[in-house]
Design a protein around this ligand. Structure first.
Ligand SMILES: *Cc1c(COP(=O)(O)O)cnc(C)c1O
Length: 389
């Protein structure tokens, strides 16, 4: 316990202490937080479907028809026709032979990578990949080779040095904390040249990029070129769960061997029904997605004009680079006083010295609210010396 309290003090001193912020309303552009109305700017509810009438209605029907809990794991009593329907829907959406649902994206990554790879494998992983990918790699026991973020020269150099008999290249489709898009065409080219399996984690790409939101591979016209497509049902798809999609034989193997799939109670029918409805909406109506992309472009241009250091992205994830963790927290807290919540992202989520405010937009944000946000960002950005006055 002494060590724990020492570690906590050091976390606090370095501006890395974390606590939860509690909402008492749904995930919307404006939320109730600790008795105040706050503009929310860090949500992954990109298309605003978390509180959509039809999605909620589907979840309620799920409860009415099947009950609240699922009662078992997928391979015992916890598989419902809804699970099969959702897996079929995901595979047709992603254009693959099959798909398998996990309880979270995190569990999908650790479950897929650790069952596919073992000590004899070499995994080439982008340095900025999501923590769940890294954990999957560690759990697998494979040799983990991390290449510089989106740097294809570094990737090929490392392939030439470390390549073994079984190899995997794994990357986020859209990077969660930077919002940039992985150079998938180059990755596919290198993978073909060196005979390596590819895996894309499209947690932030699905619903946002590609033809009718099919994701990053579709954005690059690489349908069918990625061996393992993984994603989450908890972001644009506005529910909870993870999935893996790919060839039937791969899905069969994962269903039979993946421990995070096998040894956990399946998602409740309400969550599955909500995902089904949300994907249906995404497939049927591209307006939300277009609105989100236009709003993001407009907002990025405004931030650049004000003088903020933002990475060049095309996605609704728009990080404002600050650097110092303490200053990032100070910026975030000043904004909260103005009624705006943008989370400060710090190590270990991002590399040391690259703390940031991670803004992410929803299709349902209003221009008026965003203009208010821009004024506050400019004011406090100047006051804190983040932009020039
Ligand atoms: C959010 C996220 C995950 C985890 O998904 P959950 O469903 O939230 O567990 C995995 N990978 C990336 C890139 C993510 O952003």
């Amino acid at each position: 316990m002494k060590n724990i309290s020492k570690a906590l003090s050091s976390i606090k001193e370095n501006g890395l202490y974390r606590d939860c912020k509690y909402l008492s309303s749904s995930q919307e552009p404006r939320v109730n937080m600790e008795e105040r109305e706050i503009i929310l700017l860090g949500s992954n509810n990109y298309l605003g479907l978390c509180n959509d009438m039809d999605v909620k209605e589907a979840a309620k029907d799920g409860i009415d028809n099947y009950g609240a809990g699922s009662g078992g794991s997928r391979l015992t009593t916890g598989s419902y026709d809804l699970h099969r329907e959702l897996e079929d829907k995901i595979s047709s959406f992603k254009g693959t032979e099959g798909a398998l649902i996990f309880n979270t994206g995190y569990m999908a990554n650790i479950g897929v990578i650790s069952t596919l790879c073992d000590r004899k494998w070499v995994i080439f992983s982008d340095r900025y990949n999501h923590a769940s990918i890294v954990d999957g790699c560690l759990l697998s026991g494979a040799k983990l080779v991390r290449y510089r973020h989106c740097d294809m020269d570094d990737l090929e150099r490392k392939i030439n040095i470390y390549k073994g008999s079984n190899n995997l290249i794994v990357t986020d489709g859209v990077f969660s904390m930077d919002g940039d898009v992985s150079p998938l065409p180059d990755i596919v080219r290198l993978a073909k040249k060196h005979d390596i399996i590819t895996m894309v984690d499209d947690a932030h790409g699905v619903g946002v990029l590609g033809h009718r939101g099919r994701g990053t591979p579709s954005y690059f016209n690489l349908n069918g070129e990625i061996d393992i497509q993984m994603g989450t049902l908890s972001k644009a798809i506005a529910s909870v769960g993870g999935y893996v999609a790919g060839k039937k034989i791969l899905i069969d193997y994962i269903r039979n061997t993946s421990r995070s799939f096998i040894f956990s109670t399946s998602l409740p029918p309400s969550a599955i029904a909500a995902s089904l409805k949300a994907i249906e909406i995404i497939q049927g109506d591209d307006e939300r997605r277009k609105k989100l992309m236009n709003l993001s472009k407009w907002f990025r241009e405004k931030l650049l004009k004000i003088g903020f250091n933002i990475s060049s992205t095309i996605t609704p994830i728009i990080p404002i680079l600050i650097g110092d963790a303490v200053k990032a927290v100070e910026f975030s807290e000043s904004l909260l006083e103005e009624g705006i919540y943008v989370p400060a992202i710090r190590p270990p989520t991002v590399p040391r010295g690259s703390s940031r405010l991670r803004i992410s937009l929803m299709a349902t944000h209003r221009h008026g609210d965003l203009r208010y946000v821009l004024r506050a960002l400019k004011h406090h950005g100047k006051r804190l010396g983040i932009i020039r006055g």
